[in-house]
Ligand binder design. Structure first.
Ligand code: MD3
Ligand code: FE
Length: 222
């Protein structure tokens, strides 16, 4: 993402000379938190979960424009979006009407290890990035528990992740997220704009049909 005014581009790109902006307070990157064996276990959980809660194509409120990722969820609540009813959390899969599969134990353990939050998350959104998938700059604001952190796990192909400030269009901090990395968005970073500007397709063999899987655990209710 180009942010204008001579700011930073991909910090891993050889042609870039300027420094990366600092990450906002409360943002933590834990590189390679999960071992390759644990990453394989998480992918197996995604495979099993999406047999009963298949990936669905989310669409934007009002316009119905499809997002470029496909999604599913674990947990008692899942994040969904469609043209008719917009962004929301709900207990049922939008296509099957069934409950979402439970949060895998490894994810519960991760949350207890890194979140510093007393309650367990109700939701874990599963985003699958394939060829051409990206995520534009946005703030996550559909959770009533506005101060609870979001904890994310990256699996499969790497991604360029960018996080800015609480307003659109300022300088951003960019990091290449690798398979097994964990990111914790607590404190002020929780209210910051962020995006996924690029997927480095074909760099990992972890995801059976290729691409990147991102898991984000969220506390919805205060
Ligand atoms: C920073 N997902 O699902 S994960 C999302 O890689 C989302 O799929 C990205 O943004 C992905 O909403 C980024 C890291 C992340 C998640 C939530 C955040 C960063 C965040 C909320 C606030 C600030
Ligand atoms: Fe987000």
């Amino acid at each position: 993402m180009w942010t204008g005014l001579g700011q930073n581009r991909d910090p891993h790109h050889g042609l870039m000379t300027k420094s990366n902006s600092p990450a906002p307070p409360g943002f933590k990157h834990l590189p390679l938190y999960f071992s390759p064996e644990e990453q394989a276990e998480l992918i197996a959980c995604v495979k099993t979960g999406t047999q009963t809660a298949p990936f669905f194509q989310p669409t934007m409120p009002r316009t119905g424009t499809p997002l470029s990722v496909v999604m599913s969820n674990f947990g008692t609540l899942g994040w969904v979006t469609d043209r008719e009813d917009g962004y929301r959390y709900q207990a049922a899969h939008p296509k099957t009407g069934e409950a979402w599969p439970p949060l895998p134990d490894l994810l519960i353990k991760l949350w207890q290890d890194v979140s510093d939050w007393p309650d367990l998350p109700e939701a874990c959104l599963i985003n699958w990035y394939r060829e051409g998938s990206k995520m534009g700059a946005h703030v996550d604001r559909d959770e009533l528990a506005v101060n609870a952190p979001v904890v994310s796990v990256s699996l499969g192909d790497p991604a360029m992740f960018r996080i800015g400030g609480p307003k659109r269009g300022g300088p951003t901090h960019g990091i290449k997220l690798m398979s097994g990395d964990v990111v914790v968005m607590g404190g002020a970073s929780r209210q910051c704009y962020h995006s996924v500007s690029k997927i480095y397709l074909g760099e990992s063999a972890l995801v059976p049909k290729g691409g990147r899987i991102n898991l984000t655990m969220r506390r919805v209710n205060p």
